[in-house]
Design a protein around this ligand. Structure first.
Ligand SMILES: NC(=O)c1ccc[n+]([C@@H]2O[C@H](COP(=O)([O-])OP(=O)(O)OC[C@H]3O[C@@H](n4cnc5c(N)ncnc54)[C@H](OP(=O)(O)O)[C@@H]3O)[C@@H](O)[C@H]2O)c1
Length: 249
């Protein structure tokens, strides 16, 4: 990812930086000279190895996005530790098994909304306050094709992700005058822990419905993130970039 044109090493906050897309984003950012503050609910070998390999440039804490106080405290501590926040990648998300709304428990609904919408909003508010001090920053919200098209068994997740897209647009209007860009990225299906339960039959159906005839490579989603996080997209804000091989077109 291209570094922003500011003095000193830029700082990225990455939610869900332990696995899948978040992990790849952390690897790329560190490789390109960023300092990274990341969190997830639990650590894994990647987190431990990265902490050991980059003790001054990588910081990780156990945080559940459903815990608003801890989420706010994480952002404040990241800013305190590194002195600034240039990029927020709102990547963490929760999908779970397909579940029809008629049988979805209220607690499950609240869990999905907390992880996919309320939590990212709280984190954004905390990071945007830090960005506003320097009148510069980029916020990137990771949405989903579920926000754009209907999928049976994913109504609450879809509602949360569509909410995130609407949040991005309105926030872009509020934060633009402060030099902060806000965009949403909408990935198509890619292989990760989130999608291990998806059957081969479903994968084949997705391939069939995708004009490019295949699933996304994780790196292709990360490339779009790189673009929207970099000065190459400096006049783009309030937009939703769909990276799905055409399945929603
Ligand atoms: N995979 C796909 O096909 C696909 C398609 C469209 C959009 N997306 C979106 O892309 C993003 C990344 O997905 P992925 O497939 O890379 O997911 P993943 O492999 O399941 O990783 C999710 C990451 O988020 C963390 N996380 C989950 N819930 C959290 C919570 N409540 N608080 C803090 N951290 C939490 C996880 O760590 P812990 O479990 O330890 O907390 C993990 O680091 C998500 O927003 C997802 O909705 C994925």
């Amino acid at each position: 990812m291209t570094r922003p044109e500011t003095s000193g090493d830029p700082v990225a906050v990455v939610s869900g930086g332990s696995r899948g897309l978040g992990r790849l984003a952390v690897e790329r950012l560190l490789g390109e000279g960023w300092r990274v503050a990341a969190f997830s609910r639990s650590a894994n070998a990647f987190v431990q190895d990265t902490l050991a390999g980059h003790p001054d440039r990588f910081w990780w804490q156990p945080v559940d996005l459903a815990d608003h106080d801890r989420t706010r405290a994480f952002a404040a501590a990241a800013a305190e530790r590194f002195g600034r926040i240039d990029l927020l990648l709102n990547n963490a998300g929760l999908l779970g098994r397909p579940e029809l709304l008629l049988t979805t428990a209220v607690s499950r609904t609240e869990e999905l909304i907390a992880a996919n919408l309320t939590g990212p909003i709280i984190l954004t508010q905390a990071c945007a306050k830090v960005m506003a001090r320097r009148k510069s920053g980029t916020i990137l919200n990771v949405s989903s094709v579920n926000a754009v098209r209907g999928y049976r068994g994913a109504a609450v997740y879809a509602a949360a992700k569509a909410g995130l897209d609407g949040f991005s647009r309105s926030l872009a209007r509020e934060l633009g005058p402060l030099g902060i860009r806000v965009n949403s990225i909408v990935p198509g299906f890619f292989e990760s822990d989130m999608t291990t339960d998806v059957t081969e039959e479903s994968r084949e159906r997705i391939r069939r419905r995708t004009p490019l005839g295949r699933l996304a490579d994780l790196a292709e989603i990360a490339d779009a993130i790189s673009f929207l996080a970099s000065p190459r997209s400096s006049f783009i804000t309030g937009q939703t970039l769909i990276v799905d091989g055409g399945i929603t077109c």
